[in-house]
Structures are given as structure tokens and as C-alpha cells.
Design a protein around this ligand. Structure first.
Ligand SMILES: *Cc1c(COP(=O)(O)O)cnc(C)c1O
Length: 379
């Protein structure tokens, strides 16, 4: 019999596109009258741009945000009719590349605006673009003063087809942070100077700040992929990425024995352990290594949570299964490392990072399975 990729890969990453689409629909409903777009930069946060973009399109998403023109090119081939914004703006000398692929740069400076307008004049039409104004994150975008200069530059403004006015929140994941309201007010002042243009401020967490933040278009990323966009509230999103590792070997260790490189974990009782075929090459952060007998890092196997023990190595990791019934786990049994029981936010915090980094660093060696794409079924 021909083996499946899962049979040969040891670790399996399942991307649940039904959950992805449900998450988009939930955010779309929450955004009320505002259009719900999607941030799909970074290969859709590591989950695979092609299946993710197609699934979001099927769900009804029409506006997409990527960081780089290269990402825009790839997305354009997948979605000929989508609106695609390039968040990193207009790369110097690359206006033609954008125009030919109908990519909208989110312009961040007067220099970029002039280059885009000048290119449009040569190209023969006012090309669509977003204007990205910085209202307090102090990262990308026009400062408020530069935005005023742009508006005063009538020749440049006449050469632009501004389809979106956008800004980005610095602290949306903390609803009580005073910067949220300050940015909203600054954005209101910006909008008043360029009336009639669609506006966008909210990322995933911004949508949960309420009506005052959703404007005309929202740009969720992490919430689509199952990250928790709220603080101190149970995650309203469905898990999308499920990473599992298969048991390769079971063994007993005596009290006093150590497990793994560096001998960092010592058994305090006779212990049954399982070695899983998933390691840092597969995207399991080495920071999930555990010296303490009880975690904090855990995996889910045979309906129980079991602690990770010792160091995560390149190809494998060890877990303590002493508390499972004997025989519950055998060679080939899969343990969930991330997914429905082990949330990406919990795993990220055990590893001292955030869900965004965890997802974008998922490796590529495991078998990747995508479930729930309609266009696959009809193909
Ligand atoms: C990445 C990004 C988003 C999406 O942010 P999430 O926190 O993942 O929802 C939205 N807007 C901009 C400008 C971004 O860079």
C-alpha cells in the first residue's frame, strides 16, 4: 500500500479551513457594517497562503493585506479579483511591478505618494492606493504633519486614487490602554481632512474594542488563525492549526534518572515516558523544554494532558505519561502539541513568546493536511 504523507512524516500539521472560515464569518458579523478583510502576510501567518486565501475568498473575504510586493504577486495569481494592499508601502522604483499586478500600496510617505502619482501619470491613470497615517504606534506611516503636507500638495493628490485611509493600533490587545482612544481621536481628525474615503483602523483585537474602532474595513490576522484577540476572556475563535507528533518509543525511567540532552530533567518517581517525533525543526519551540516535573508545557494525548519533560531536541521531545492507563498510548499514537486542547496562546506563553511567532515559525518537515476547502472537493 502506498503510504500517506502522515505515515512517513512523524509530525502532522492539520489546518482546519472550516474553522478558518468560521472565524472570518464571526469577525465579519462582529464588525457590523464594516467590511471584513484579512491580513495574510507571512504566508498567512505560516499556515499557507494558497489554501488560506482560497478559503477566505470562499467565505466572502475580498480585501487582503500582505507585507511585501513579492507576497502580493503570489496572492494575485491565486485571487485575480481580490483587492490586495501592500502594507510595507511602495518599494523604490517598483511602481510598475505593483501596477501590472493591480497591487495597492499602503503609501507611508510623501516620497512614495509622489512616486506613485508620477508613475500613474505615465501609466495613464490614477492608480488606487491606501494612505497609511501613523497615529501613535510610531512605526510605518505619514506623521500627522506629513499628512497635512500631502494634502497641501494638490498636484500629487490629483495623481492619486486614494481608496483607503488607514492607521494601525499599538495596544489594541489591552482594552484599557489609553493609547487606543488617543489613536482613535487622532484618526478621526485625519479622516475629517480627507472626507469620503473609506477608513480602516482595527486589527483583530481592535475589532473587539467596539463599534468606534471598526470604521469601514477591519484587518484581522491572528484571530482568523485561532489566536485569542481578547484579554482575560476565553478565546472566542476556533483553533485552526493542529500540530501533532506521533509516539516513536515508550520507556520506563527509574527515580533519579534524567531525560534528554543536558540531563536537565530528573525523575522523582518511577516514570513512564513517551518519545514523540516532533522537535524544533518541526516548529516546536525549544523554549517549551521543561525542567520541572509538572511542566508548565503540556501536550494532549489519550484524552489527558501530559507534561513535556526535558529538552526539546531537533527531531523529538519527551512527555511523562505515568498518569495514563497502561496501554493507552502505543507506538504511532499521536499527541496534540498545538490545537484544540493545547491552545496556541497557552503554548506560546509557556515558550515565552506570542501566538504570532509560534505560528509563523512552524517548520515545514511534518505532513501538512488541509481540511475543508470547497474548491478542492469540486476540483
Ligand atoms: C499584521 C497587521 C494586521 C493584522 O494584525 P493582527 O493583530 O494579526 O490582527 C493589521 N494591520 C496591519 C497594518 C498589520 O501589519
Amino acid at each position: 500500500m502506498t503510504p500517506t504523507p502522515e505515515d512517513l512524516a512523524g509530525a502532522v500539521l492539520t489546518i482546519d479551513l472550516v474553522a478558518l472560515k468560521d472565524n472570518w464569518r464571526r469577525l465579519n458579523a462582529l464588525a457590523g457594517k464594516a467590511e471584513c478583510g484579512a491580513a495574510v502576510k507571512g504566508n498567512a501567518y505560516g499556515l499557507g497562503i494558497a489554501p488560506v486565501a482560497r478559503a477566505l475568498w470562499e467565505a466572502g473575504c475580498r480585501s487582503f493585506f500582505v507585507a511585501r510586493p513579492k507576497e502580493g504577486e503570489e496572492l494575485r495569481e491565486l485571487l485575480p479579483d481580490a483587492t490586495i494592499y501592500i502594507l510595507d508601502g511602495l518599494f523604490a522604483g517598483q511602481a510598475e511591478f505593483y501596477a501590472k499586478r493591480n497591487l495597492c500600496p499602503a503609501l507611508i510617505s510623501i516620497e512614495e505618494a509622489r512616486e506613485w502619482a508620477a508613475f500613474g501619470r505615465v501609466y495613464g491613470r490614477r492608480l488606487p492606493c491606501a494612505i497609511h497615517v501613523d497615529t501613535g504606534i510610531n512605526r510605518l506611516g505619514f506623521s500627522l504633519a506629513e499628512f497635512d503636507s500631502l494634502l497641501a500638495d494638490a498636484f500629487t493628490m490629483e495623481g492619486l486614487n486614494v481608496s483607503l485611509l488607514m492607521s494601525h493600533l499599538a495596544c489594541a490587545d489591552d482594552p484599557s490602554h489609553p493609547l487606543n482612544l488617543r489613536q482613535r481621536e487622532a484618526f478621526a481628525a485625519v479622516r475629517a481632512k480627507l472626507p469620503g474615503v473609506a477608513a480602516s483602523l482595527a486589527n483583530s483585537s481592535g475589532i473587539f474594542l467596539g463599534d468606534g474602532f471598526t470604521h469601514d474595513l477591519v484587518r484581522p490576522g491572528i484571530a482568523l488563525y485561532g489566536g485569542n484577540p481578547t484579554q482575560d476572556v476565553a478565546n472566542p475563535m476556533s483553533p485552526v492549526a493542529i500540530l501533532e507528533g506521533a509516539v516513536m518509543q515508550l520507556r520506563y525511567v527509574a527515580a533519579g534518572d534524567t531525560v534528554g540532552y543536558g540531563g536537565t530533567w530528573t525523575a522523582t518517581r518511577p516514570t513512564r515516558i513517551a518519545i514523540l517525533g516532533a522537535g524544533y525543526k518541526d516548529g516546536v519551540p525549544r523554549a517549551l523544554s521543561s525542567r520541572e516535573p509538572g511542566g508548565p508545557a503540556q501536550v494532549f494525548i489519550s484524552d489527558r494532558r501530559c507534561p513535556v519533560i526535558g529538552r526539546i531536541s531537533m527531531d523529538m521531545m519527551a512527555i511523562d505519561i505515568t498518569d495514563l492507563p497502561v496501554g493507552a498510548v502505543r507506538r504511532g499514537t499521536r499527541a496534540e502539541i498545538l490545537g484544540r486542547h493545547i491552545g496556541i496562546d497557552a503554548a506560546a506563553s509557556w515558550a515565552g513568546t506570542i501566538s504570532y511567532e509560534l505560528l509563523t515559525r512552524l517548520g515545514s518537515r511534518y505532513a501538512r493536511l488541509y481540511t475543508g476547502l470547497e474548491s478542492d472537493r469540486t476540483a
